[in-house]
Design a protein around this ligand. Structure first.
Ligand code: BGC
Length: 346
């Protein structure tokens, strides 16, 4: 009798574990070209698998059509939850409608999915705060309230197709605008509006070309660029490349975001002043937790139900906190925490 009970128990356990294993999470990432998405994808896969889920992870080479068909495939192959970091927030409508029709919950990962009521949750870092941290760094480093100035500022922002880009830009501009208005910060190129400073697909080369044009058109007379506000590291790298090739003045303050390896190296070498660290392990852990809560029918962790309106609904969101990084604290943030090895930054 005992043996029979044991066998039944084993079979039950098997059924339960096979059931859990059968839960499948589709993870759609924008591109392998930028460092952070490789880390995001890797962290998501590792943590989801550790939690017992099957993972279908796809990268879309920054091509909207590819991402659309990858997500549609995930749906037809039986994903139970979708986690999507969109290339272009408003281009996945068809796939999202398909997910909604099939009752598949969708989590927007880092970037909000726009123009759709099929988005269940959003997990990201506080995007406006990223910009505030960058703007405040510039304000404090130049001591804008006390220094006489004027200082020359140039601005490089992100991809207009990425809802985050506007938040980064606005967070920084809200800090700097009073000084631009009073003339303490002078934008010699005159390029201030988001549309004039944006960088499609966040491409380093595009940021570099624009920076080269600005340097040759407005700074060839020997005047200094005192500060270059860059929304993230891939665009900061473009500006740094342009400066290395075309600029002999005093090196500017440069901001960034992500603590990419190339930029952290530049930070150590004094070629980038700061970055904003968004620990992709933290975001992945939060999303894995949300996936679990959704699949178990539990209340899903959110901490913001007001900010992220995707033009159809306000999407309940969990905002992680971004952290200021510079040459003084990078060791503690990036090496001691195991994010990078010391060798990776050599
Ligand atoms: C992310 C940034 C990243 C940028 C380019 C944004 O959506 O929030 O961390 O630098 O995309 O990949």
């Amino acid at each position: 009798m005992k043996n029979v009970l044991a066998i039944v128990l084993c079979m039950l356990l098997l059924v339960v574990s096979v059931g859990a294993m059968a839960e499948k999470v589709g993870v759609s990432m924008p591109t392998k070209d930028l460092q952070r998405w490789n880390q995001d994808g890797e962290n998501m896969q590792k943590q989801l698998e550790a939690a017992g889920y099957t993972v279908d992870l796809q990268y879309a080479s920054n091509d909207v059509q590819t991402q659309l068909s990858q997500v549609e495939n995930m749906i037809s192959e039986g994903a139970d939850v979708l986690v999507i970091a969109a290339i272009e927030g408003s281009s996945l409508g068809e796939a999202l409608t398909m997910a909604k029709d099939e009752g598949i919950p969708v989590i927007a990962y880092d970037r909000l999915l726009m123009e759709s009521d099929a988005v269940s949750y959003y997990a990201t870092f506080d995007n406006y705060m990223v910009g505030t941290v960058q703007g405040t760094y510039i304000k404090n480093t130049l001591d804008l309230d006390n220094a006489a100035g004027p200082f020359n500022l140039e601005i490089t922002a992100g991809d207009p197709g990425d809802n985050n880009a506007g938040y980064f830009y606005q967070g920084a501009i809200d800090v700097l605008k009073p000084y631009i208005d009073s003339g303490k910060l002078v934008v010699k190129s005159g390029q201030i509006a988001f549309d004039d400073v944006a960088t499609p697909t966040w491409a380093t080369e595009t940021a570099q070309n624009r920076a080269e044009n600005i340097l040759s058109s407005f700074y060839a007379d020997g005047s200094n660029v005192d500060v270059w506000l860059c929304s993230n590291d891939s665009t900061a790298l473009g500006v740094e490349n342009a400066l290395a090739a075309n600029y002999t003045g005093t090196y500017p303050i440069i901001t960034g975001q992500d603590c990419d390896i190339a930029n952290t190296k530049n930070m150590i070498a004094g070629k980038q002043s700061m970055s904003v660290f968004k620990d992709t392990r933290t975001l992945a852990a939060q999303v894995v937790k949300m996936v679990g809560q959704i699949l178990k029918g539990e209340t899903v962790d959110v901490n913001d139900t007001e900010t992220y309106n995707n033009n159809v609904i306000v999407v309940p969101s969990y905002l992680c906190e971004p952290v200021f990084a510079d040459v003084n604290n990078y060791k503690e943030l990036l090496i001691d925490s195991g994010y990078y090895t010391e060798d990776q930054l050599k």
